[in-house]
Design a protein. Structure first.
Length: 120
């Protein structure tokens, strides 16, 4: 499942920095969620962080992108693979629990798995 932001959004800016996959961005009038990047925080957290912080409860499941947890976990794993490849190609030193992974996602749980990258 991917989430979506409804037109009840008040543009309070609290959801965007909470997304570990950088799936939330400002649209024309309200924030929007990229369903190709949204994993509902599977692999990062137990519950979607954007829904946790939204003060108006305007982030339901996107009816056109209903998925089980397995595809969400696979999308999370694909992000980890992109991070590994980017780190290897650019020889980026990655600290454990780095808040910004090489692919742009903020995966806190993937950086300790990067065994081939020198740790700071």
């Amino acid at each position: 499942m991917a989430l979506m932001i409804t037109d009840e959004c008040i543009n309070c800016d609290v959801c965007e920095p909470e997304c570990p996959n950088d799936a939330i961005s400002m649209g024309l009038e309200i924030y929007q969620i990229d369903p190709d990047r949204c994993t509902e925080c599977v692999g990062h957290f137990d519950v979607p962080q954007c829904r946790e912080v939204c003060p108006v409860d305007c982030i339901p499941v996107h009816p056109e992108h209903v998925e089980s947890r397995q595809p969400l976990h696979e999308r999370y794993c694909a992000c980890i693979v992109r991070c590994r490849r980017a780190a290897r190609a650019e020889m980026i030193p990655v600290r454990p629990l780095c808040p910004l992974a090489p692919c742009g996602c903020r995966s806190r749980s993937m950086t300790p798995r990067l065994t081939s990258v020198r740790m700071l």
